[in-house]
Design a protein around this ligand. Structure first.
Ligand SMILES: Cc1ncc(C[n+]2csc(CCOP(=O)(O)OP(=O)(O)O)c2C)c(N)n1
Ligand SMILES: [Mg+2]
Length: 324
């Protein structure tokens, strides 16, 4: 077991709490109708992006999906630019043109997220190919959901990455659902995603995506592997979303997920797991955690205020950044 230093653990906790509280505020404020884009909240799935963000730098690159709030904030994305983007404002990370599903911010190495499932996978492979040819010391991460592995482009990208020895890290966040459909109605019975990809001769690991220790250990192992072997790797992290697939609400009343399953994952709340561990080890006090939370809430509030007073893009500038 690797030893994770205290500062990194606190960084991970801060990122997790920032992502959690931001999404909760989005959920709370969404009915004001000022965020005019669909949102896919990351509540429950904070651990993986927080760990990856902690152990990568702004020079490392990543691409995300429709559910990328956590990916962007985890990577060190600006909260003000993020909320402004949801408000469609010029100060947004995508200059107000993208909304929640189209985040991009090269200043922190967040190349982009898109609404089309699997769309960014070949882009990530291409980024890593380029980076490798130019001999850049840069980790490239592709976030994908469990439904992404049902798309043809996923297999083409995986195949290409193996054949061309492209040192990219595929990070599959398996939350067991695609909208309302569980894995059992979409993929072969009992087939494990991380085992299926081994048919391509890609190295792969599976870990509990809510348990910071497992995520840190697995990610650092993968990072070392791609750096040393110059080959791709595939990671499957099992996790769970607490809110509806798309939107600000809880949809438990629809009963597409069984109550036992929901309860199990809520009990395994990634934020609580890390907080409890740090408190038990006397690395943080409950008081410092509440101070941290208040600080985060103030930061979120000022990001919302910033977004509200920011200007919308002008109609005449609609196509301004398209071909740059
Ligand atoms: C190519 C394509 N097919 C279908 C959709 C509709 N769609 C949007 S999100 C989503 C679910 C994706 O599930 P998963 O990849 O597991 O990510 P999660 O939402 O669970 O985070 C679907 C089917 C889409 N956007 N793009
Ligand atoms: Mg899913």
């Amino acid at each position: 077991m690797i030893n994770i230093n205290k500062n990194n653990l606190k960084k991970i906790l801060y990122k997790m709490m920032l992502i959690r509280e931001t999404d909760l505020q989005i959920s709370k404020r969404y009915s004001e109708d000022k965020m005019r884009c669909p949102t896919h909240l990351s509540v429950g799935q904070e651990c993986v992006p927080s760990v990856i963000g902690t152990f990568t730098t702004k020079k490392d690159l990543c691409v995300g999906s429709h559910r990328s709030h956590a990916h962007y904030l985890g990577k060190g994305g600006s909260l003000k630019k993020f909320i402004s983007e949801l408000y469609g404002k010029l100060t947004g990370c995508s200059k107000g043109r993208g909304g929640s599903m189209h985040l991009t911010d090269l200043s922190v190495g967040f190349v982009g997220s898109t609404a089309i499932v699997s769309n960014t996978i070949p882009v990530g492979v291409g980024l890593s190919l380029t980076s490798n040819i130019l001999k850049k010391k840069q980790t490239v991460i592709i976030y994908l959901g469990d439904a992404s592995v049902e798309e043809g482009v996923f297999f083409e990208s995986l195949n290409f990455a193996i054949v061309k020895k492209i040192p990219v890290i595929f990070v599959c966040e398996n939350n067991f659902y695609s909208v309302y459909s569980p894995l059992s109605v979409r993929q072969p019975p009992n087939r494990k995603i991380y085992k299926m990809v081994r048919g391509f001769n890609i190295k792969s690991f599976k870990a509990n995506g809510n348990m910071f220790k497992d995520v840190v250990q697995t990610f650092l192992k993968a990072k070392k592997f791609v750096e040393e072997k110059k080959m791709p790797i595939f990671l499957e992290f099992q996790t769970y979303r607490w809110y509806e697939h798309c939107g600000p609400n809880i949809d438990d009343h629809l009963n597409y997920r069984n109550k036992k399953e929901l309860l199990y994952w809520k009990k395994n709340d990634p934020v609580n797991i890390l907080q409890d561990f740090l408190i038990k080890k006397k690395l943080i006090s409950t008081n410092s955690i509440s101070i941290m939370k208040n600080l985060i809430l103030r930061k979120i509030d000022s990001a919302f205020k910033y977004a509200e007073r920011s200007p919308f893009p002008k109609n005449k500038d609609l196509f301004k950044y398209l071909y740059k």
